[in-house]
Design a protein. Structure first.
Length: 178
């Protein structure tokens, strides 16, 4: 009985993981939002956010999870962006240390600017959980669009991310994670 139940759970996990991998989102090509949010930690994320901001797809951009010593001019130099763009339109969030605190930091930023629509730019394998966390933290009625930056993650990275997604989903559904 226990072996059968574990076997069924294993099969369901594998099927869910296959769906997770087959449905990794890509970049959103259309639409504008009030703001763009880019969590640090993955290649191509900030580049994508800057390109969207330059294309006038949003008013401002938040880079959440920035290290304490990082200055706007450092990022402008690293990403070959105008310091004026950073001065006018890019905020650096320094409080977040993980996906959940990225969502909390983003929510405070959204409330400060009265934003209701957000484009969340993160690695394709991270979009599902990051979007789920932001929707859980943001005010009711907030529109969060996941914009996936294509990547080539290791198998263990995607397995770990899928497991985190499942655990957080259960925590949020049960009311323990809010």
């Amino acid at each position: 009985m226990i072996v059968r139940a574990l076997s069924v759970l294993g099969i369901l996990w594998a099927l869910g993981f296959a769906v997770f991998m087959l449905t990794l989102p890509g970049p959103l090509d259309e639409g504008t939002t009030d703001g763009i949010v880019v969590p640090t930690g993955g290649a191509g994320r900030i580049d994508r956010g800057l390109a969207l901001l330059r294309d006038h797809r949003a008013k401002r951009m938040l880079v959440t999870g920035v290290g304490a010593g990082v200055r706007p001019r450092d990022l402008a130099r690293e990403y070959r962006a105008s310091p004026a763009l950073f001065a006018c339109c890019i905020d650096l969030g320094r409080e977040a240390v993980d996906t959940r605190s990225n969502a909390e930091e983003t929510t405070r930023w959204m409330l400060e600017h009265h934003y209701r629509t957000i484009r969340l730019v993160t690695s394709d394998w991270h979009v599902a959980r990051a979007t789920m966390e932001l929707r859980a933290a943001a005010p009711r009625g907030t529109v969060v669009l996941g914009d996936g930056v294509p990547s080539n993650p290791r198998l263990m990275t995607t397995i770990n991310e899928y497991d985190k997604l499942l655990l957080r989903r259960v925590a949020l559904w049960s009311g323990m994670g809010s």
